[in-house]
Design a protein around this ligand. Structure first.
Ligand code: ADP
Ligand code: MG
Length: 478
């Protein structure tokens, strides 16, 4: 066990899936020509006024309820003042002293397989800034303000995480929750879900936290893990060499797999926060919260527990199958349509189907094999028409669009041989062709049974029922 204990807190920025921006009517659609989706409010023109998009309030309230937090009856927008080219107003509208969500929690599975509670300090609403671009512009930089004013929910955790792996588990859980709720598409390539990781180390047993650094804008689970692990090692080296960790903001360079200093850490008072006089406080009453509560879907943890109880599948499979609503729905569709065991269906989806989807870079929504089609395949394993091994071959053909399981089994002649007399004939042939091995087997070399099974399978193109082959071989050789 290391002499150092790691302490991590995450700030996750989730882009809310509204059609228009948080304080203006401009579109939030991704990928448009630069500066075609920024209106006067987003451009920070003098004299224009922000108007709050009610949808963001509803989404933030949904999140708050989903993580067992307090949804504040009164929250206040504040100006966070700083100067940057992609921020034309000279301030970002955020929430500071009175955020809309406070005191939440969620549960992750730690390295020992135990459930661990992670506190959520707060979640507040704010607007995103624009983007600076440098590519293909020679000595100039470009500013694209399409993203300016896009609604964000910033979710801040307590410093409860103790390893990079726990940080990733927490981040995955938040990702899964916001997607279940439908409040964010969670698209990490497009920056809709990104995270800053605050990392410090302290001698094991010390109560006081060490000095932290903040790693900015990590936009994949893999980078979060790598950046944190690099930073832990770096901080330990700094301290063991007799220096102090400097509180600062650092940037992760994925190409070099290292973090480097970006700027010294700013303090809250550097931002001169004050309530935005252009916006009224947000007042939410109990009836509103109750109405939002009614719209909450079944969440990942509840679904996972239900899958274990209702289908009797393994907890780790239930965990994987409930990471997204669409995958969970797919599983339930298959389970409802097949006579096969629920665990068998889970195995095939988690193993073969998800393997093929990952390899092709596809999501479950784009699976070329539908839930009904997969159920058709599982039924043929279940009724012994094909073996589990041949099923993989049939699945590949289904994936390639060659038809249903039944059509492929028929066209390729893959039907399992279960006719005992046909198997016996082949067994006889194999025994006759291998007198040496037969003698060795009879002299006590039991292992050779595998060799005979292999020979029979070879003769039948893998189609003989493996159980029957074993039984007939043993009987004839014995
Ligand atoms: P700021 O507003 O400056 O970013 P906060 O106090 O709001 O700072 O904390 C931001 C994040 O940093 C939170 O997720 C918190 O849990 C985490 N954090 C605070 N102190 C430490 C520390 N010593 N080590 C690791 N994480 C920390
Ligand atoms: Mg911060």
């Amino acid at each position: 066990m290391s002499a150092w204990e790691v302490v991590i807190g995450l700030e996750i920025h989730t882009q809310l899936a509204t059609k228009s921006k948080i304080f203006s009517g401009a579109s939030t659609a991704y990928g448009a020509e630069p500066n075609t989706q920024a209106c006067l409010v987003d451009l920070g023109y003098p004299g224009v006024l922000p108007v709050l998009n009610e949808e963001v309030v509803r989404m933030a309230a949904m999140f708050g309820l989903a993580v067992n937090a307090t949804v504040a009856p009164r929250s206040v927008f504040a100006r966070k003042n700083y100067f940057y080219p992609d921020l034309p107003k000279g301030y970002q509208i955020s929430q500071y002293e009175l955020p809309i969500v406070e005191h939440g929690e969620l549960f992750i599975t730690d390295a020992d397989g135990n459930e661990k509670r992670i506190g959520i300090t707060r979640a507040h609403l704010e607007e995103d800034a624009g983007k600076s671009t440098h590519e293909g512009l020679g000595q100039f930089s470009g500013i694209d303000l399409n993203r300016a004013g896009t609604p964000l929910l910033e979710i801040v955790s307590e410093p409860d995480l103790r390893s990079a792996q726990e940080a990733v588990a927490y981040m995955r859980k938040i990702h899964s929750i916001v997607r279940y709720l439908g409040i964010s598409d969670g698209n990490m390539q497009e920056g809709s879900f990104r995270c800053d990781a605050n990392v410090s180390v302290r001698p094991r047993g010390q109560e006081e936290f060490g000095t932290r650094t903040e790693l900015k804008n990590l936009n994949s689970f893999r980078f979060v893990e790598k950046a944190i692990n690099f930073e832990i090692e770096r901080q330990i080296d700094v301290i063991e060499d007799g220096f102090d960790v400097v509180q600062e903001t650092r940037l992760y360079d994925a190409n070099k797999d290292e973090t480097r200093s970006m700027r010294s850490k700013e303090e809250a008072n550097d931002y001169r926060y004050f309530p935005d006089p252009d916006l009224l406080p947000v007042a939410i009453d109990a009836a509103y919260i109750e109405a939002v509560q009614q719209t909450l879907p079944e969440l990942p943890d509840a679904k996972r527990r239900r899958f274990v109880d209702e289908y009797g599948i393994r907890a780790d499979d239930a965990d994987i199958l409930t990471t997204s609503r669409s995958l969970a729905d797919y599983y339930e569709d298959v389970a409802a349509a097949t006579a096969a065991e629920a665990q068998g269906a889970a195995n095939f989806i988690v193993g073969d189907l998800m393997g093929a989807l990952n390899k092709a870079g596809l999501g479950i929504e784009d699976s070329p094999v539908s839930a009904a089609a997969l159920a058709g395949l599982l039924d043929r394993i279940r009724d012994n028409t094909i073996s589990g091994k041949i099923a993989k071959e049939v699945f590949e053909a289904m994936w390639a669009g060659e038809g249903s399981a039944d059509e492929i089994i028929e066209a390729k002649g893959l039907k399992q041989i279960t006719d005992a007399s046909a198997i016996e004939a082949i067994v006889d042939k194999v025994i006759e062709a291998n007198p040496g091995q037969v003698a060795e087997y009879r002299a006590g070399k039991d292992k050779l049974i595998g060799y005979f099974v292999g020979q029979v399978m070879k003769e039948t193109g893998g189609k003989a029922n493996p159980g029957q082959v074993n039984q007939i071989l043993k009987q004839k050789l014995g």
